[in-house]
Design a protein around this ligand. Structure first.
Ligand code: PEP
Ligand code: MN
Length: 378
């Protein structure tokens, strides 16, 4: 059961505590408080865990300070959509909005290598007014002898340079809980020139202790990427782990799944699941065409496969695109073959805008169809 606290009570700590205490007095009930930061206000949601089936919605809704009570009927208590659930989707971080209606492109380096390449990337982004990027510092690699990322040592100059170019959010994978503190400390020392969205990669999606730790902090939002060898339901449960621990500033990422039926792409592209994730949850959905397709190959029409699948995902309503670029892909230390060139950034963004416009028209068409069905002409 979810209890939404009314605004006046949420602004009054004493009144709020009284409500939490009252909720905690219901037998067999554990109370978990979530603060959801939106663009205009912070919403306080209280999750009642335990014997809630013995609890009547009416007994909870009459308590002072309760705005509304939602009975959770299906899976994904926190991130899911429930009957009469009018909770908002999405969040705002460092001035950037993420929701099921917005679209953000995170073009950047798969792995940070040199300051020159990071600078070239940031400058290219700035020239197109982009304020979000990807920069991997901690790289989970299949081969133990492969480059593992510069780790903590590159963070000061990455953050400082990103800030100088107006970057507000960097998606950065972490592979161990200690990386959260390293990122937080470096950001603090640098004077918070930018922000970070922590990324849980496909290989760590069932690292439950990591999920719990990341979920317990609410400083950084989280991009959680679908597991490449597990079901969608199992992957969404990873997002629920984060949310159940208190952090519901989550974006869910599709990045292809492992099966030879996807050959010759690196993974089988799964962007048909964009609307599915939006229906099952209130999370903004990201697509990662780079790790799905894995190459810069072009179709006979001249469009790279990578852009074709991006357009498919965006036309289906994706809210974020995570995509690899590199100034010199041949020299990239990680995933060079799938990186687009900086000279292709403008083209890529224009192609995304076309697909987004198509999505907006498709959405309007669906709405007008529904309206016509609801009130058929006499
Ligand atoms: C990445 O985005 O750099 C990455 C390693 O992705 P994934 O976890 O999806 O393989
Ligand atoms: Mn990669």
């Amino acid at each position: 059961m979810i209890v939404l606290v009314d605004e006046a009570t949420a602004r009054n700590p004493a009144a709020e505590k009284e409500l939490f205490d009252a909720l905690g007095r219901f037998p067999g009930i554990e109370v978990r408080v979530h603060r959801v930061r939106g663009a205009e206000k912070t919403v306080t949601e209280v999750y009642l865990i335990g014997d809630t089936h013995r609890l009547a919605v009416e007994d909870v809704s009459v308590l002072p300070g309760v705005e509304r009570v939602v009975r959770v009927s299906q899976e994904y208590r926190v991130i899911g959509r429930h009957k009469d659930d009018r909770r908002a989707s999405g969040f705002t971080y460092n001035g950037v909005e993420f929701s099921q209606d917005s679209l953000r492109v995170f073009a950047g380096l798969c792995a940070v290598d040199t300051p020159e390449n990071a600078d070239a990337m940031f400058s290219a982004l700035a020239s197109f007014g982009q304020t979000t990027t990807r920069m991997g510092a901690y790289k989970p690699r299949t081969n133990p002898y492969a480059f593992q990322g510069h780790g903590k040592s590159c963070l000061p100059w990455v953050f400082e340079r990103a800030g100088r170019h107006g970057i507000r959010v960097i998606a950065m994978e972490i592979t161990h809980e200690s990386h959260i503190d390293e990122i937080a400390e470096c950001l603090e020392k640098a004077g918070r020139p930018t922000g970070v969205m922590l990324q849980i990669g496909t290989r760590n999606i069932q690292n439950f202790e990591l999920l719990k730790t990341v979920g317990r902090q609410t400083v950084f939002p989280v991009l959680v990427k679908r597991g490449f060898g597990i079901t969608l339901n199992e992957s969404l449960n990873a997002a629920e782990y984060l949310a159940s621990e208190g952090n519901s500033q989550i974006v869910f990422g599709l990045r292809g799944v492992k099966t030879n039926l996807g050959d010759p792409h690196r993974n089988l592209v799964d962007f048909a699941h964009v609307p599915v994730v939006k229906r099952l949850t209130r999370l903004p959905v990201c697509i990662d065409p780079s790790h799905s397709v894995g190459s810069r190959e072009r179709a006979p029409d001249g469009v790279p496969d990578l852009m074709h699948v991006t357009a498919q995902g965006v036309a289906a309503g994706a809210n974020m695109v995570l995509v690899d670029f590199h100034p010199q892909p041949a020299k990239a230390l990680v995933d060079g073959p799938q990186a687009l060139l900086l000279s292709e950034l403008g083209w890529f963004l224009e192609d995304v805008a076309l697909a987004r416009a198509a999505y907006e028209k498709r959405r309007a068409l669906a709405l007008s169809h529904a309206a016509a069905q609801a009130s058929p002409a006499p």
